[in-house]
Design a binder for this molecule. Structure first.
Ligand code: GLN
Length: 493
């Protein structure tokens, strides 16, 4: 077994036993990057030199008996967090040369826990997309089938974990950008509750929806990363001051007696039949493991997508107003005067999808349309949230497919934004309601593409998500299945 193919917890055991060094692990991961990165293109920026220095520091710490939660573990970061001294592009030309002077809180926390940063991963421009195709830096390919997209917007992080170009990664999720690529790449992805993880130093897309979360190879690693990144941050006004439980303590609790809600609105026409069958089989596995299934309804589900594509662009149009080419980022040399410089910089600095969102957002916020669109959407959003509050009276956890299809082909949906937007039909509601959600692998299509299962839970119930996900992973024997499939499919020959 190559070191790069192991999990965080497996590598920790080896580090503690003195069988390997942090330098060995990093060398193995970089050997893998050298081998496959030109095919996958998961990264925008590699940080090899600084990673080597971090590994040397980790080995020195280990020699002194100082082993922290992530000492010596190579982790990739979506290129949306500020990392001091390294470009943070957000997948955009407008930020292609921006070097932040400080670390995001999550980066600071990973650093303090001893993690090593392999690099910054590719993403849809400003996290707007479901396929990583809107990146200024080109598309990332799905390691399971290089002709297909990895999902998005955190496609680089998901692909890097699936291709073993890092041990784990962080992404961000505004409407599904952690869970959908996790599903399409056959890895675990968790979007925490709004407020659970600090977003200080995260480039903002839609501030009432954005959350940061982990991509990992299994559920245990997900718990390990959550233990490090969750928690209150006085520098981030929406982070919540609530005690963080030890997420690892949920791993072996089993699922006996847990009430699993099956929302009828999520098992509808339009889902790929193979996905439906796989998710239904997963529900049967959960029942065998002792869960009680209950039918539930989330009646306002049909409005989620429409509400999202008003609220998210509205917030984005405001957040993205700061990119003007004056103090940092791309500045067009063409401007005749100040106003023209703004126009030229924004016109050439942003890609088409970002411009579409800015235009939609500005429209729905403009006087005369604000009441009809933005205000109405905010009201419907409250109803979506209430649906979940009511559903969680009847169940502890909700199960759905993560994505209506497996990974689609590169270019297949780029000309049809509506089709692209439909990729997030099952993930957006959690952002609307602010609740946590996890996607875990639950099987494969006939073509050997991974399928994702989504669990949703009430606010701050990430522990319950980890509990259910770990129980499912174990009962279904997912670890062994993925290892077998990976050997057959992810060989880059
Ligand atoms: N695909 C959705 C969008 O394009 C969600 C993106 C995200 O979660 N960042 O807005």
């Amino acid at each position: 077994m190559e070191l790069y193919s192991l999990t965080i917890h497996e590598l920790q055991d080896k580090l503690r036993a003195g069988e390997v060094t942090a330098a060995d692990i990093l060398a193995s991961v970089y050997q893998r990057i050298d081998q496959v990165e030109d095919k996958v293109h998961a990264y925008i920026t590699l940080m090899k030199e600084s990673a080597q220095a971090q590994a040397a520091a980790a080995d020195a710490a280990i020699r002194n008996g100082d082993i922290k939660a992530l000492t010596g573990i190579p982790i990739a970061l979506k290129d949306i967090y500020c990392v001091q001294g390294f470009t943070t592009t957000c997948g955009s030309r407008i930020l292609h040369n921006f070097v932040p002077p400080y670390d995001a809180t999550v980066v600071e926390k990973l650093r303090a826990a001893g993690a090593i940063f392999t690099g910054k991963t590719n993403m849809d421009e400003f996290a707007m997309g479901s396929s990583t195709e809107t990146s200024y830096f080109g598309v990332t390919c799905n390691p399971w089938d290089l002709t297909r997209i990895p999902g998005g917007s955190s496609g680089g992080s998901a692909a890097a974990v699936a291709a073993d170009e890092c041990i784990a990664a962080l992404g961000s999720d505004t409407g599904g950008s952690i869970r959908q690529p996790a599903a399409l790449c056959g890895v675990v992805g968790l979007k925490p509750t709004y407020g659970r993880v600090s977003r200080f130093g995260l480039v903002a897309f839609a501030s009432s929806l954005d959350q940061i979360g982990p991509f990992t190879k299994d559920v245990e690693d997900c718990a390990i990363l959550m233990n490090v990144i969750a928690g209150y941050d006085p520098r981030e006004s929406t982070s919540v001051n609530l005690e963080v439980p030890d997420y690892r303590s949920f791993l072996s609790r089993g699922i006996k007696g847990l009430r699993i809600g099956i929302p009828k609105e999520y098992f509808i026409e339009g889902i790929d039949p193979e996905i439906l069958a796989s998710v239904q089989q997963a529900v049967a596995v959960l029942e065998t493991a002792g869960a009680k299934c209950v039918d539930i309804s989330l009646p306002h589900t049909e409005y989620c997508l429409a509400v999202y594509y008003i609220v998210a662009p509205a917030e984005a149009s405001s957040n993205l107003a700061r990119y003007d080419g004056v103090k940092y980022g791309f500045r067009s040399p063409e401007g005749r005067d100040l106003l023209d410089m703004y126009k030229q910089s924004r016109s050439t600095g942003f890609g088409d999808e970002v411009k579409r969102r800015i235009i939609i957002g500005t429209y729905v916020l403009s006087s005369g349309y604000y009441d009809a669109y933005y205000k109405k959407a905010s009201q419907v959003r409250a109803l979506i949230r209430r649906d979940f509050d009511e559903a969680f009276q009847e169940c502890d956890i909700i199960v759905t497919p993560t994505s209506p299809t497996a990974a689609f082909r590169i270019g297949e949906k780029t000309d049809d934004p509506m089709q692209m937007y439909l990729s997030d039909i099952f993930t957006i509601s959690a952002n609307m309601a602010g609740i946590p959600g996890i996607s875990i692998p639950c099987g494969f299509t006939g073509d050997g593409l991974p399928i994702g299962l989504q669990f949703l839970a009430g606010h701050f119930q990430e522990g319950t998500l980890i509990q259910a996900a770990a129980a499912y992973e174990k009962t279904a024997g997912m670890g062994a299945l993925i290892a077998r499939q990976k050997q057959a499919k992810i060989n880059f020959s």
